[in-house]
Design a protein around this ligand. Structure first.
Ligand code: ATP
Ligand code: MG
Length: 391
């Protein structure tokens, strides 16, 4: 084929003996993401993954966009393929990069030759291609320090490639190499960003959402599905499990001290979540909490919530400011959905004056006013599950 997408591997290149496994998972993830974009072959050679269209129907724009959302890739670029012949490489560079070269004032050529049998050495190839481009684009000048455009020539085993516009990849490590985690997902801004942040470190996500119909609506659930759709463009397929907490919430409202209502609800959320998580083979929970953001996110409140957890609870946004979270939400395109106004089970029955510095003893005593266990068991019997795939 005349054009390919080259993906450079990130940290996974450093992973020693695990490297092969990491690469295999990454290739599987890329293949899955390219479904619906046409027929491609995806292969790996020398720390680079080659995405090659197999026919003229393959949608390269779509494939490129999707490759930009695969964790484990540091940079990616579309590249023109050339036969391994110096004149052919020169011509291909001039033709394939014509648009960029016309728009630029200065350029330089960098060459990498991994095929040591190719008769010219890298500096020589750079000089020859550079000279040819100067002839073809007389307005250009060479600037080796700050060029507008850096033309890259790679001479590899089977082909040579020319490219100039590498983009930063999604970074991180391939999803599926880091075990499974359950993210507590609301319709808010924070939890989708928390989910994305952990998926970036290679974990496969299961999502748990708490609903309290009729106080929360089906539209709120639909919002969560749409948010996870965006996250799954990066994180791959996500199973969403919805747990109804209506009865538990009513009981907390009717029996427990009002100022502790939110903390007690959050403790029940964690109890329910870890039961679901364990059944799904997840090793930890993830939440979108950020220190001091609301009453239930003070250190004291988080300590009281965490006291019921017997698996690790990760809060990847704990030290992030709202502005930093919003920046990621915009980047992953969850922002506009997150700000749609729907009730969340955390925003119904909220106490007028929630306690910001509860002690564990205070909360445990407050909780004794109700018998939540049977209601928790009941809620766990009526789970609803959907599978979400962002494409
Ligand atoms: P978010 O923006 O994620 O909604 P928030 O700032 O509104 O967070 P809270 O409502 O206190 O804060 O929720 C803190 C965390 O608890 C959320 O990030 C999420 O992980 C979890 N959570 C809150 N509501 C729900 C829910 N309805 N279902 C599942 N998890 C929830
Ligand atoms: Mg919320």
């Amino acid at each position: 084929m005349r054009e390919v997408i080259l993906l450079k591997l990130g940290e996974i290149a450093l992973k020693g003996l695990n490297r092969k496994t990491f690469e295999d998972v990454l290739i599987k993830n890329i293949k899955r993401r390219l479904q619906g974009a046409g027929a491609f072959s995806v292969t790996s050679r020398q720390s680079t993954i080659y995405v090659e269209p197999l026919d003229d129907f393959a949608d390269m724009d779509l494939a490129e966009e999707r490759c930009g959302k695969v964790f484990g890739v540091v940079s990616y670029t579309r590249a023109g393929t050339a036969e391994k012949d110096l004149a052919k490489i020169q011509e291909r560079a001039a033709e394939y990069l014509a648009e960029s070269l016309e728009a630029a004032r200065s350029f330089k050529v960098e060459c990498k030759r991994s095929d040591k049998k190719f008769p010219y050495k890298s500096p020589e190839i750079s000089a020859q291609v550079g000279g040819y481009l100067l002839e073809q684009f007389p307005r250009l000048r060479v600037d080796v320090h700050h060029p507008d455009i850096e033309v890259r020539v790679e001479v590899r085993e089977q082909n040579a490639f020319v490219h100039a516009n590498a983009k930063p990849g999604a970074g991180g490590i391939p999803v599926g190499t880091g075990g499974k985690a359950a993210v507590l997902i609301s319709g808010g801004l924070d939890s989708p960003v928390a989910a994305w942040t952990m998926a970036k470190r290679g974990v496969e996500l299961t999502a748990i959402h708490f609903a309290s119909p009729p106080y929360t609506s089906e539209l709120a659930h639909d919002k969560v599905v749409r948010l996870l759709g965006k996250v799954s463009q990066y994180a791959g397929r996500i199973k969403l499990i919805t747990v109804e907490l209506t009865r538990l919430q009513e009981e907390i409202r009717d029996r427990c001290p009002e100022d502790l209502g939110t903390i007690i609800l959050r403790r029940y959320m964690l109890r329910a979540a870890q039961r679901v998580a364990r059944d799904e083979g997840c090793l930890c929970l993830i939440t979108g909490e950020s220190l001091g953001q609301v009453a239930s996110q003070t250190l004291q409140a988080i300590a009281c919530t965490d006291a019921v957890a017997d698996m690790p609870v990760f809060r990847p946004l704990i030290g992030s400011d709202k502005a930093e979270i919003v920046k990621i939400a915009r980047k992953i395109d969850t922002f506009n959905t997150s700000i749609e106004p729907f009730e969340d089970c955390c925003t119904i029955f909220t106490p007028k004056h929630p306690r910001t510095k509860p002690t564990l003893e205070m909360v445990e005593r407050g909780e004794l006013a109700m018998d939540g266990q049977p209601l928790l068991e009941e809620a766990l019997k009526n789970l609803r599950a959907v599978h979400i795939n962002g494409y």
